[in-house]
Design a binder for this molecule. Structure first.
Ligand code: GSH
Length: 207
């Protein structure tokens, strides 16, 4: 039995929950990060020294980093549609996931923390505007790619890259910045909404 550690409101936990839904694998969910289950607890830090969710426990093994967990689950269950085994198609999936975790995430953080989380450390209007601009620019890169494929980020097939990017697109759509006109991203959002996992773990959440 798999155990997923992490509150289901977390976007990174929801990547893993959506992946499990696509694969059809069952799990126990322990909502670490919710009140009364702090990720700073010594017990939790033994599983992830960064004190962040999600963490996956599979038997005696422990994994952290959401994108890695999604790839592990696809690989473990032989889902070569979600994560190709051939080196080049697989590298393209990994490329978009790495881009999501680094460039895209760095762009949205300030605007999202200020506008949605109402963080007192993120109230500078200039920094919010700069983050919104950088976020739209990153989403423009995704829009160009989706306009080429007319389907999913690596081509005709839905992969784990679309899970992590789909949740990022939902965050962009649901954050009150001035949104760039990105028709291929909007079409992608509707295409992903045909998948129950995206509706449950993405679209139905506030951000
Ligand atoms: N790079 C990590 C980031 C994980 C992360 O930032 N998790 C947040 C929630 S989305 C967290 O654990 N925050 C501390 C907490 O909620 O207690 C991953 O992708 O797994």
């Amino acid at each position: 039995m798999l155990t997923i550690l992490g509150k289901p409101t977390s976007i990174n936990v929801r990547k893993v929950l959506w992946t499990c839904a696509e694969i059809g694998v069952s799990y126990e969910l322990q909502p670490w990060g919710d009140p009364g289950m702090p990720t700073s607890a010594p017990e939790f830090l033994r599983w992830n020294p960064r004190g962040l969710v999600p963490v996956l426990r599979d038997g005696n093994e422990t994994l952290w980093e959401s994108n890695t967990i999604c790839r592990y689950l696809a690989g473990k269950h032989g889902r070569t549609d979600l994560l190709p085994s051939a080196p080049l198609p697989r590298a393209h999936v990994e490329k978009w996931m790495d881009w999501q975790a680094t460039e895209l995430n760095n762009a949205w953080r300030y605007a999202f923390m200020g506008l949605v989380r109402k963080s007192e450390a993120h109230t500078d209007p200039k920094a919010i505007a700069a983050s919104g601009l950088a976020w739209n620019q990153m989403m423009g890169i995704l829009d160009s790619r989706l306009a080429e494929t007319g389907a999913f980020v690596t081509g005709d097939e839905f992969t784990v890259a679309d899970i992590v990017l789909g949740l990022s697109v939902h965050r962009w759509v649901s954050t009150p910045i001035e949104h760039a006109e990105l028709p291929a991203v909007n079409a992608y959002y509707e295409r992903l909404s045909e998948r129950p996992g995206f509706v449950e773990f993405g679209r139905n959440h506030a951000s």
